[in-house]
Design a protein around this ligand. Structure first.
Ligand code: SF4
Length: 420
């Protein structure tokens, strides 16, 4: 290619420099700037931290360790953000022991500050109902302590174990199955590296274990190095085929899902993740970014949701959550009845409510959007699945089945006895 006509030596035309162009010899073109804050911040969250955490900027807000350090932990912290009802105030003031108040600033920014009945606030701010003990409730309703083979390791099912690796969560859900142990440093559950070593020794010996679920507490509250070390030790056990992590961090502290974390998780495939979602209001831009990063790292994502009275016990709310999860590459996996921990009656619906919700989903929307509805049997019986029964009876060689619209269909089943 020749020079532009206007710059040829033989041209008599004088080209004036364009005033705003810097001469190239004086200043080299600037390298494109990297965006400093890659995590999105919703306008409501930005307004929240400007008001309640003055002096905080996007880099602190997007730092998961800042979120952990800045958690709402006391009555004073709550009063600073929420207009507490007298009942909430009384309940928080009475509290001692495990399952303390704990809410990250990010998750608090999603909650109703004036309305004690708002769904997410109800799951995290105490009420006096927590102090009412009703029949059938227990500290350890699932009998996990009974099936604990070494501290922190629950071996109930033949080929898989539950490995409780920490007692810390970034937020404390008032209906937590492990309310007896979480958020209680110095309690009987130690969660130290020494304890992990005992669990690892057990797993090395038990060749029947092919699947390890890491839970707690929330394993993603561990620092990158610790988590990497632990996952590496587990992957090094030849008979362990795959690992799972149960976590709520992408929902309550999505900033935890850094690029560095996804690089670590990717090293330990096959690794699956079950994320604890409760309500469609949790599907913010931040959480969507977190789950996109996890999905892009090749981690199969499932959700676990607890059915909670007055919070998500509504077919439209549940459908909205399940659809939102699918849009974000999270498979709705389990819908649990709330476990009968102490003081949980106000969270529990009748079992029929769960069946009603499943009936409203199954057939009415994408099959992937329908989770497995189950009860974790009190006393250590494990998960028991529940589903609306479609078998209406039998007419001779035909099985009578009801479809999602309530219509009856006949299926030839001459050898069968079902429905007799
Ligand atoms: S995040 Fe999970 S372990 Fe932690 S308090 Fe909530 S339900 Fe319990």
């Amino acid at each position: 290619m020749g020079l532009p006509v206007a710059r040829r030596r033989d041209s008599l035309k004088i080209v004036k420099p364009v005033p705003h162009e810097a001469p190239q010899a004086v200043r080299a073109p600037e390298a494109p700037r990297k965006p400093v804050h890659l995590f999105p911040i919703a306008p409501a969250s930005r307004a929240f931290y400007r008001r309640f955490y003055p002096g905080t900027g996007p880099s602190e807000w997007n730092d998961w360790r800042w979120q952990m350090r800045s958690r709402i932990r006391s009555l004073d912290d709550l009063e600073r953000v929420f207009a507490l009802s007298p009942e909430e105030r009384e309940a928080v003031a009475r509290h001692t022991g495990p399952l303390p108040v704990g809410i990250t600033p990010y998750y608090a920014s999603l909650m109703g500050r004036a309305n004690p009945g708002e769904a997410l606030r109800r799951t995290h701010v105490m009420t006096p109902d927590e102090y009412l003990l009703t029949p059938g409730e227990a500290d350890d309703p699932l009998g996990e302590d009974h099936d604990t083979v070494v501290p922190g390791l629950v071996h109930r099912y033949p080929d898989r174990v539950l490995f409780l690796v920490t007692g810390t969560c970034s937020t404390y859900c008032r209906y937590c199955t492990r309310s007896r142990m979480v958020g209680n440093p110095g309690g009987e559950y130690e969660f130290s590296t020494r304890q992990w070593e005992k669990a690892l020794a057990y797993l090395e010996e038990h060749t029947e274990v092919r699947d390890v679920l890491l839970s707690g507490g929330d394993p993603l509250t561990l620092g990158d190095d610790k988590l990497d070390w632990l996952l590496g030790r587990l992957r090094a056990i030849r008979h362990i085929e795959f690992l799972r992590i149960g976590t709520k961090m992408p929902v309550v502290t999505p900033q935890r899902v850094t690029k560095a974390l996804t690089r670590i998780l990717k090293k330990h495939h096959p690794l699956w993740m079950s994320i604890h979602f409760t309500h469609p209001a949790e599907l913010t831009a931040e959480t969507q970014e977190a789950v996109a990063r996890l999905a892009d790292a090749g981690i199969p994502l499932g959700s676990q949701t607890v059915l909670l009275k007055g919070i998500n016990d509504d077919a439209a709310v549940m459908k909205s959550l399940m659809h939102g999860l699918l849009r974000n590459r999270v498979k709705p996996y389990y819908l649990y009845m709330c476990d009968p921990i102490r003081g949980s009656a106000h969270f529990r619906t009748p079992v029929e409510k769960g069946l009603e919700i499943i009936s409203a989903l199954r057939g009415h929307t994408t099959g992937y959007a329908t989770p497995i509805f189950c009860i974790d049997a009190p006393g250590g019986g494990g998960k028991i699945q529940l589903a609306p029964d479609p078998v209406m009876g039998r007419d001779g060689d035909f099985l009578l089945l009801r479809n999602f619209e309530g219509n009856i269909y006949r299926y030839p089943d001459p050898q069968g006895t079902l429905g007799r």
